[in-house]
Write a protein that binds this ligand. Sequence first.
Ligand code: ATR
Length: 307
Amino acid sequence: MNPQFARPLSATTRMVAVLGAPIRHSASPAMHNAALAQLGLDWRYVACAVVPDKLREALEGARHLGFVGLNLTVPHKLLALPLMDELDASARLWGAVNTVVFEAKNAADEWQPVGQLAEVRGPVRAHGYNTDADAIIRSLREDLGLEPRSARVLLLGAGGAGRAAALRLADEGVEELWLVNRTVEKAEALAAEIAERFPSVDVRVGYPESEVELVLNATSVGLKSGDGLPFTAANFSLKQADCVYDMIYRPAETPLLQAARAAGCRTANGLGMLLYQGAAALELWTGQVAPVEVMRAALEVEIYGQA
Ligand code: ATR
């Protein structure tokens, strides 16, 4: 069969999904279904709108419906932590879950992803991973040419994505990390955790007065039409920044990225992060090497209308 065409849906088709709210903007189905077709798998990837107080039920439903795995996006990445049966070191280290692998026991009585088992018998457990943290570092290097080590960074957002990025950037050895969040207590708690775990990083809550190499948006501000900037313009000028990265990829250019381009900053949207977190998740579910270039091309068509 031509791998570019999806296998027809049948009674043996296996399911993967992304859960979030909002979710209709998600480019993950386009990226993953292209990859699944390329791998010749009888699987489909769908997007499900799930509100936070139904996350537990949605996870249980997916487990019992025989889903292979899940991705989690806004606002579930922190909420999922206590709902997992098992946390991978990545989820523990970076403090958020964006990928769930459903696992069952194999013939040797070892836990294995259900996507890699011909038959699922016995209990199924939810194993939480974080593939966002490494993806953002790789995308910063590739898409902005930015080396995080020794950089000064203003990070907007201390939710699941912001927390993972902050901890991973601290681990990478940034020099200064400025944290801003609508709910200040969350930024303060994150700053305290970083100060304890990464004492060489100068971490503060608030806006820098001097220049920074990077402004990183990990809030959901910019996702909805009519959204403005994710920071208070009176407190910070984009003229202070070399590079601006927005984890949002739809719209492809948020008001933040537009303003950053006008201020002469190097800019990138979240396509690269989406790609690399998705490739890593796909490898966990399938045990196969992800067709990264097929996934990138599918994302480019989805987001820009052309590869
Ligand atoms: P995710 O799991 O994808 O990171 P999240 O944990 O809900 O999603 O995080 C969303 C981030 O966007 C948080 O930093 C959130 O701020 P709060 O911690 O105060 O909720 C931020 N955010 C969402 N809507 C916002 C808004 N209208 N203005 C400013 N920040 C907002």
